[in-house]
Design a binder for this molecule. Structure first.
Ligand code: PEP
Ligand code: MG
Length: 523
């Protein structure tokens, strides 16, 4: 077994250099299996009886994989996936004789499907990009790739898997295109764009501690966090706090529901990573296509509109309560904000808040240290909320506008469906007016309001946001320097006048013209 353990340690060591904390989450089940005496014992017995180490790994793993895969419990079946991942990893390390490092570096990997652990490993070893060809559940891969800044394209094109090893591939992850054996002119164009982008980025890699418009208006720049490893980047870049922590990842990457204590461990690291600055936890936004098998909910015809997010949590208190308790316990001494995703009615918000209050009371009774007065807010992601926004502003301590979902639901466009991408228009007048109404209500009631969807990092929309009164934006850490510089090029006066013109328009095309002209003039 010495070989196996050394190989696992090798993989771990490389990963730990970059993702120390995320690794312990993702590999938790692998490590547990490797510590399992029955599992290890079976391999040792086979080796002692004359099998080679790879044969022993394969035989033992196959026995357990078959056993797990036939189990009627979805949670146990999911374990088979983890075991397959672990087995492939062990076999690779035992048989390849070469460092995986040389395999992924500067390459584009095309795979039917990938495990989260593959992504972490490939990222630490310098993979250039990924193409995933399965139409299956890929949202966890997309979230991870984005956090790891690995260009990823998901296409339903299994023929790509048959491409010979050294085929030249051009991956345009911004547009979701894969070019096989691209023409030299196309490559030259892309290289020029990338050079320009890189020099812009190296220029923009540092930040001032505060963000000001040219005429001195202070804007708070916060970070969206998916992985714990994002926190250090955000702090080093002078993020003024965390405006959105997506708590889904620890749930998605594992094969078992994380316990209250395990969640507490993750959340505490997050809080400690942002000392003295606000930290906003979004409760579990799970369900739909982000449903791990162990949660066992029925398949739905239209999961994006199904039992997801806060609906799921209110139906599954056994999931919701431990998460809230873990957050409250982790937030001792912190400027803590807790918000609920996909709120659609006042009753729903009040019910979620009531559960949170009950958790505070329970922790008090149990005399467990916790934060007893977090700010309690909500994501604004559904049109239903916009109509009632004044009533919500009386109830919620703060709003975070999730433009990704808000646009999708106002315009009835699935944000992951390429075929309707042209209908996904962030500057549609209904979207912009909805955002304005939310900001007005928040300002009137003295509530904090921020934008945390992807629109927040797009330079063209900044003057509109500032012009209608937004003073806080939460963006992926990589965008922080760029957004700060873009803010520095604007004046509040100019932004307000542009916003007024935009709000008077009823056509997206006219608004686009105004935004482009302004960007051209001030960008
Ligand atoms: C949003 O909907 O804008 C948002 C920030 O949430 P997510 O992208 O996680 O759905
Ligand atoms: Mg959302």
């Amino acid at each position: 077994m010495a070989v196996t353990e050394r190989q696992v340690r090798d993989v771990q060591r490389r990963l730990e250099e970059r993702f120390a904390e995320d690794v312990s989450l993702i590999f938790a089940s692998h490590l547990l299996m490797l510590r399992d005496k029955t599992f290890l014992g079976a391999m040792v017995d086979l080796i002692e009886a004359g099998d080679s180490p790879p044969a022993a790994v394969l035989k033992t793993a196959k026995h357990y994989i078959d056993m797990f895969a036939q189990n009627e419990n979805a949670y146990v079946r999911e374990k088979a996936q983890d075991l397959k991942d672990l087995t492939l990893r062990l076999l690779w390390n035992l048989t390849s004789g070469q460092e995986a490092r040389s395999l992924w570096r500067d390459r584009i990997v095309i795979a039917r499907d990938l495990f989260p652990s593959d992504l972490l490993q490939m990222s630490s070893e310098g993979v250039s990009g990924l193409v995933v060809t399965s139409g299956g559940t890929t949202s966890h891969i997309a979230i991870l790739a984005r956090s790891l800044r690995i260009p990823l394209v998901i296409v339903d094109a299994p023929q790509l898997l048959a491409l010979p090893e050294k085929t030249r591939i051009l991956l345009d992850a911004d547009r979701g295109n894969v070019f096989v054996d691209p023409a030299p002119k196309l490559v030259a164009d892309f290289e020029a764009t990338m050079r320009a982008r890189r020099s812009l980025e190296s220029d923009q890699g540092s930040m001032q501690p505060t963000s000001l418009t040219r005429d001195g208006c202070r804007i708070r720049l916060l970070a969206n966090i998916n992985l714990l490893s994002d926190v250090k980047i955000a702090r080093d870049l002078a993020a003024e706090g965390i405006g959105l922590y997506r708590t889904e990842l620890p749930f998605i990457v594992r094969s078992a529901f994380p316990s209250e204590d395990e969640q507490f461990g993750v959340y505490r690291k997050l809080v400690e990573g942002m000392p003295g600055r606000p930290v906003t936890f979004r409760t579990l936004d799970i369900g739909g296509d982000k449903t791990p098998a162990y949660l066992q909910i029925p398949v739905e015809r239209n999961p994006a509109l199904g039992v997801r997010s806060i609906r799921f949590c209110l139906e599954h208190r056994e999931v919701f309560i431990p998460q809230l308790r873990a957050i409250l316990r982790a937030c001792v001494g912190a400027d803590a904000r807790i918000m609920f995703p996909m709120i659609s009615s006042l009753e729903e918000f009040q019910e979620a808040r009531q559960v949170l209050h009950a958790c505070i009371a329970a922790l008090q009774a149990e005399k467990l240290p916790h934060n007893h007065s977090p700010k309690i807010g909500m994501m604004v992601e559904l049109p239903a909320v916009v109509e009632l926004i004044d009533a919500f502003a009386r109830e919620a301590d703060f709003f975070a506008i999730g433009t990704n979902d808000l646009i999708q639901h106002i315009l009835a466009v699935d944000r992951t469906n390429e075929r309707v991408a042209r209908f996904y228009v962030p500057h549609h007048p209904s979207v912009l007016r909805a955002i304005k109404r939310v900001v007005d209500a928040a300002c009137q009631h003295g509530r904090d309001v921020s934008v945390c969807g992807d629109m927040a990092h797009e330079e063209r929309y900044l003057p509109f946001f500032l012009g209608i009164g937004i003073r806080a934006l939460s963006v992926d850490p990589a965008y922080l320097p760029r957004v700060q510089r873009a803010i520095g090029r604007l004046t509040l006066k100019g932004a307000e006048s542009l916003a007024q013109q935009i709000l008077a328009e009823s056509r997206a095309t006219a608004i686009e013209g105004l935004l482009e002209a302004h960007l051209h003039e001030h960008g």
